[in-house]
Design a binder for this molecule. Sequence first.
Ligand SMILES: [Zn+2]
Length: 99
Amino acid sequence: MPVVRKRQIENLEQLSGEELEAFVNSLPAGKENIEDLFDYLEIRLEKDPCNHSLRFAMQFMMENRLNFPKITSWLNDNGGYCDCKVLEQITPEWRKVFD
Ligand SMILES: [Zn+2]
């Protein structure tokens, strides 16, 4: 049976200012990079459907020379298994706290 682990992203709202700062420091890329990634995915997925991979996320990471193994595993850990899942699972939780 798989271990049901609560995704870090789901806990964001409960974090104190200090904990939120620690979260930001633990991110696999700059906070702005992650936000730009969300915006980029929104734009790309408007035109092209998700093919159930992280192809657009990957493109963004390559173009911006980001650490894609690290970011990909962070996205996966938080339920972002493909481009549309990133927008569905991660972006709304993120924006509740950071917008
Ligand atoms: Zn998808």
